[in-house]
Ligand binder design. Structure first.
Ligand SMILES: [Zn+2]
Length: 366
């Protein structure tokens, strides 16, 4: 190649490189200034008799919004959905999945339903009608629509244990168990986080009267009233406050959808998908709650049974985990002075029960 041509080509390439460097942003670093991202082996579940069983908060996650929050022998379950299947019609709870998950946990003290979409409630009746749960008179709390939806199973005994949360929320339960654990649950009325940026939410209606048949298709599962819950578990001097932020919403529009400023929050279980459809989330919610620990939630696929697949529908990524985790890091890193409580963010794998009945992929917080 002639010398003049080489110079021309070199200059063109240099121009192209300079243009690309100036215009195209590459992916962000996993960790930003002020943060370190650490990986470690997940914990095994503790059982009665294990050291620190009574003083360790344990968090089991069965996918979607279904978490078991446990301190010793005090347990609260959220959003009973483990079936992992998406059909438009003939939606049915999968008995094998229920047996392998909710059938393996000790009887909880309460079940909380954030709203009545199928991926939060489909397995509620199957769980509540297990013999030990009937014997334990396990109560379930959800909106009036949730109670009306569950009436469709026509199970009078379960229906007596389904309680409608007062419209604007409030304290639902405060009791001390015979084993000395105190359980206090408070509901905060909120709105469903929009499914798209325009603010639209699928199946966002109410269920105004008791159903007369088992819900069948996806539109039978209208969201109804929507709540976030604060779960306070304590025994003696050990206490943990867990905020279940299943439906974050614009705090300017719904300021009372979370506890008042200054409430101690040890753990915030926080919705991951649709984060960028909610104005101010997660930064403003974290700045208000100031949780010691953050646990991300509802980011697995519930379209099929695949514990290693993240939530996407038709290939569209609804979670955008790198962006969300960077947004969370920004809160921790930039507000160090005001938010010194922060310790860790956890991105869990789904809890699995092993053949001996032990559980792996449990988060333990001492
Ligand atoms: Zn929903």
């Amino acid at each position: 190649m002639r010398q003049e041509n080489r110079i021309t080509l070199f200059m063109a390439l240099a121009g192209l490189v300079a243009m690309l460097a100036a215009c195209a942003h590459g992916p962000r670093m996993p960790a930003m200034d002020g943060v370190v991202v650490e990986l470690r082996r997940s914990d095994k579940g503790l059982s009665r008799g294990d050291f620190s069983y009574d003083s360790t908060l344990q968090l089991y996650w069965f996918g979607s919004g279904c978490h078991l929050i446990q301190l010793g022998d005090a347990r609260v379950l959220t959003d009973p959905f483990v079936t992992n299947e998406l059909k438009l019609i003939a939606l049915r709870s999968n008995p094998e999945r229920v047996e392998a998950t909710l059938g393996m946990i000790p009887v909880p003290d309460a079940v909380l339903v954030s709203h009545s979409h199928h991926d939060h409630i489909l397995d509620a009746h199957a769980a509540m009608s297990q013999d030990p749960w009937r014997a334990g008179r396990v109560p379930l709390y959800g909106g009036m629509s949730c109670k009306n939806l569950l009436a469709g199973w026509k199970d009078a005994e379960v229906n007596t244990r389904c309680h409608a949360v007062p419209k604007q929320g409030g304290v639902l339960l405060e009791r001390t168990t015979p084993k000395g654990y105190t359980i206090r649950i408070t509901a905060y009325r909120t709105k469903h986080s929009p499914h798209c940026k325009c603010g639209f939410t699928l199946a966002n209606g109410m269920i105004r009267s008791p159903r007369q048949s088992i819900p069948n298709d996806i539109l039978d599962f209208q969201a109804g009233e929507v709540y976030n819950y604060l779960v306070e578990l304590s025994r003696g001097r050990v206490s943990f406050n867990v905020m279940c932020l299943g439906n974050p919403y614009d705090l300017v529009e719904v300021p009372d959808s979370m506890p008042r400023v200054g409430t101690r929050i040890d753990v915030a279980i926080m919705l991951a998908p649709t984060a960028d459809n909610v104005r101010g989330y997660p930064e403003e919610h974290l700045a208000r709650l100031k949780p010691r620990h953050v646990v991300l939630s509802h980011f697995n696929t519930f379209v099929r049974e695949d514990p290693d697949e993240q939530l996407a529908i038709l290939g569209i990524d609804f979670v955008k985990m790198p962006q969300l985790t960077r947004d969370m890091q920004a809160t921790f890193a930039r507000t160090e002075r005001e938010y010194s409580e922060f310790e860790k963010m956890h991105i869990p794998a789904i809890t699995v029960f092993e053949e001996n009945g032990g559980a792996r992929n449990v988060i333990r917080i001492p």
